[in-house]
Design a protein around this ligand. Sequence first.
Ligand code: ZN
Length: 253
Amino acid sequence: MRTLATHVARVTGLRVTVRREFLLHHAAKKLDVVASAVAATRVTDVTRPLAPSGAPPVPLVLFERRLLETPERRVPGVLYDGILVQVIYRSVLPPEETTLRVAHIAFTSRLPGTFDDADRRYHARACILGHPALVSTSGIVEAPAKPRGFYAAKRGLRIDSADVRYEALKERYAGRFVDYDDPRLTQIAKGYVLQALFYQMTGEPFCEDPDCVLFNAHWQEELIHAQVESGLLCAAHRKVAEALRRRGRATAR
Ligand SMILES: [Zn+2]
């Protein structure tokens, strides 16, 4: 987090404060309410937009409650409606911080998704832009697609991620996609944080240049290229960042 904060401050000139996990910071006194709300955002059918369905089952709420207390834990295989999760996060912000002069970037290990009307299904996301912006560590791993051959091989073997052969398959593509606990995650997160900040400050989070850290990567290989191999803003966005630094009055948290 420190590395990220220093990087963001250097690039944008913003004053950056690192806090503990967002919901623990803002909602420690109402974790039961938040747990219930978060449990209700679990996507049960990826082909249908989530509809309100009454109070979620108690075991799920208890599970979410435990997770809120230990936010570093991962929930493998569970997708949450990212827009609804964002609404919950926004609802716990104090009024004085509910302003576009403060940018909030909340890290989560939950996997958020958004429903795409074009193909009528949810897609996992690494980042939900907005106020606050959510950056998901699971999303960085799960959202951009792995190399094409990887999926073909997986289908050919007829295996799922619980199969031991899945590990061997991952080994074969090692380095070409980001995995959990990957040492490159911090470097990659820098790019998503900048996209979130550019969105809030300029309305334009992405760049067409595949060498720019604002490139909206749909493939893991594009992501690794933009964030790790390049790791820089393009010339045009460096100018924008410079202008932001000069303006430098906003605050990021
Ligand atoms: Zn750019």
